[in-house]
Design a protein around this ligand. Structure first.
Ligand code: OKP
Ligand code: ZN
Length: 343
């Protein structure tokens, strides 16, 4: 399996609020480097650079005004001399105006975000665009005939919606890859999200569409981030009704319970008969993950890959979360090797 990688991810490491204090984000450069090291150590396959793509490739999954905001936010934020991370502080909620984009950056930050978990630093945009380009490249490799590819995306993408960032995510890499596949002639695509956290952004982007099935297995939102989406009764709307499947699981879920949900997820994907499957590959379901609450062990990730391979569909893996930096290389690559072992 080819891995698509770029060292541009080093351009991004922001700060997040943890227990009331601003500290370096869990989503940090060591993550992607650890995974790349493991890819090389096991000889998964060649590591290649991404092909060139531009702003136009991000529009569709995202709105034009959101991409414009993201690509210019640091310039606007720093214009007055600020050097600290740009973070939102005000959001439109029930009965407030969510239909008028503010003209100043302080307002735009809240307008285009779901939380304060996506800090914008001086070179964040470069890292974010390159991360999306990795997924776009991986999608093209698979559309050109590869059975699978691994886009080692960082920053992750699945919390980013059509018009918002949040939860370490800016551009939705998996959704951009799925949209590109449709633009290139794929009739149906499925996105299977196995990150611990609900893929709310991917759900948002495809919620009204029947051509892109979105399936997510995640911590029950009543007790787990992102709290405000991911319930089982969110099934899609309009023409997309029935084409979104959420499988929320309790805190403490282990492989025995996880594999049951995964079986349902894989059945739903197989029934959609997609031309491309995009797996939002988060490995924060690991028992020792510092911010998540499932109990998967390293060997379980091999089984996860094997079960995904049983769908028998051309598959792009796009990296999402996983924060136990010592283990995420083993766990992510176990999924990929488990997938390949089925042949
Ligand atoms: C991104 B991905 C951490 C609280 C949770 C946001 C988590 C975003 C997860 N102290 N903060 O889905 O892995
Ligand atoms: Zn996650």
């Amino acid at each position: 399996m080819l891995t698509v990688f770029s060292s541009s991810h080093h351009l991004h490491h922001g700060k997040e609020l943890k227990d009331g204090a601003l500290t370096p984000s869990f989503e940090e450069p060591g993550r992607a480097d650890t995974i790349l090291r493991r890819v090389r150590a096991v000889g998964l396959g060649n590591v290649i650079a991404c092909r060139p793509f531009g702003l136009a490739h991000y529009i569709g999954a995202h709105s034009e005004r959101y991409v414009r905001f993201l690509s210019t936010a640091w310039q606007q934020w720093s214009a007055g001399g600020r050097t600290s991370d740009a973070l939102p502080l005000v959001w439109p909620v029930r009965n407030m105006r969510d239909d008028i984009e503010p003209s100043v950056i302080e307002g735009k930050l809240g307008y285009f975000s779901m939380d304060a978990g996506a800090p914008i630093t001086a070179h964040t945009w470069n890292a974010v665009a390159e991360s999306a380009n990795l997924a776009l490249t991986g999608a093209e490799l698979v559309l050109e005939g590869a059975r699978s590819a691994f886009a080692l995306c960082r920053p992750p993408g699945h919390h980013a919606g059509r018009e918002y960032m949040g939860g370490y995510c800016y551009l939705n890499n998996a959704a951009i890859a799925a949209s590109h596949a449709i633009a290139k002639g794929a009739r149906r695509v499925a996105v299977l999200d196995v990150d611990f956290h609900h893929g709310n952004g991917t759900q948002d982007i495809f919620y009204e569409r029947p051509d892109v099935l979105t399936v997510s297995i995640h911590g029950d939102p009543s007790v787990s981030y992102p709290y405000f989406s991911g319930n089982a009764d969110e099934r899609g709307s309009h023409a997309g009704t029935g084409f979104n499947l959420n499988l929320p699981l309790a805190k403490g879920t282990d492989w025995a319970a996880y594999t049951q949900a995964l079986k349902l997820a894989c059945q739903a994907v197989a029934a959609h008969a997609p031309d491309l499957l995009v797996v939002s590959l988060g490995v924060d379901t690991f028992e020792n993950d510092p911010i998540s609450h499932f109990q998967l062990k390293s060997d379980d990730f091999s089984r996860l890959g094997d079960q995904i391979a049983s769908i028998r569909c051309p598959t792009l893996f796009a990296m999402e979360g996983g924060y136990m930096v010592d283990e995420i290389g083993i766990n992510a690559v176990n999924v990929l090797q488990g997938f390949e072992a089925r042949g």
